[in-house]
Design a protein around this ligand. Sequence first.
Ligand SMILES: *Cc1c(COP(=O)(O)O)cnc(C)c1O
Length: 389
Amino acid sequence: MASEQKGTNTICTHTGSVEDKLYKGATSPLYMSTSYAFEEVDVKRYPRYFNTPNQEALGKKLAALEHTEKAMIFGSGMAAISTALMTFLQAGDHIIFQQTLYGGTYNFAVTQLERFGISYSFTDGWRASDFEKEIRSNTKVIYVETPSNPLLTITDLNGVAEVAKRHGIMTMIDNTFASPINQNPVDFGIDLVIHSATKYMGGHSDICAGVIASTEENMEKVFQTAICFGGSLSDYTVWLLERSLKTMGLRVKAQNSNAQRIATYLEQSPDIEKVYYPGLMKHPDHELAKAQMKDFGGMLSFELNQEIDVTLFFKHLKLIKPSMSLAGVESTVSSPVKTSHALMSPEDRTKQGIKDSLVRFSLGIEDFEDLKGDIEQAIAKVKSMRVHA
Ligand SMILES: *Cc1c(COP(=O)(O)O)cnc(C)c1O
């Protein structure tokens, strides 16, 4: 593919635009029509058929970014995830999920799959051997998330793909945390890539969207299911997402850099117990991350020292906002115990290594010194309150 030879930032900016033939404007014209003349187009165009001019163009950009033949845009990450799973699974099938899973995907698995006669297992860990152990005669799909939420564990993509191929099983990945800027899973043998475009692709905390990218053959199957489930995205938001993607390379580069520098700073701080970031030499899978990622991403987690209360720390942050979501240009923190993993039992959380003092940090594009200063002043405030109490 010609687009594969172009640099990522050039793809972000130029590939998959709608040409403005009428006025030669710099940006894609927005076609909001839900009705197209049937005698003048060779395909029946309709938003729920994922083939309006803006949907088709953006699909090309996303396919080029993920090194796949085709990509489709959905109304949310969960619309993409549920459509992908319901396309390749049927009654009697079994799927293996990685132990640490995005909360919504976990919820979909445990509340929906059984009533369709689909069984599932969760791995005990994130090694390729942990996936192989769960394989049954009816296993059809292996589903991976790397780096994982919230502890940033790294799954060996080559290893899992090799195990799956040996057993004739399809592999899917939720590549949201890495973004296509930092990781292209199909280069390591993974069959199908999913994104919550609500995160790094949108990047400004104002778009809810999802993506599936894979081969022509797989995407034809996805298409047949997707037109039934109807999870398409409004053309206006498609257009907005195209605009956002033009700067994704620059944004993610700044977020990667902030995460690496903040992780290094936190690692040296006496007020921090532990830092989880694949870019740190100390991370147990640093070498693996280096082999399969172009950079280490904008997400990290850390544990505060026991004396520093998480709630008070959050209260005293001025710049960094406690938030439910992630990956925006603005830095945010969350407490997994209170948000994404609140429904999990304390025993299960302990088993997965998620402590009450854990803070998940989504780095934005602000200046490093300001972020560092905000953390320092918040910790100092919490400590001084303890002294005066
Ligand atoms: C947010 C998120 C999703 C779900 O995406 P929505 O756009 O909220 O439906 C899936 N996976 C990961 C890793 C996410 O962070």
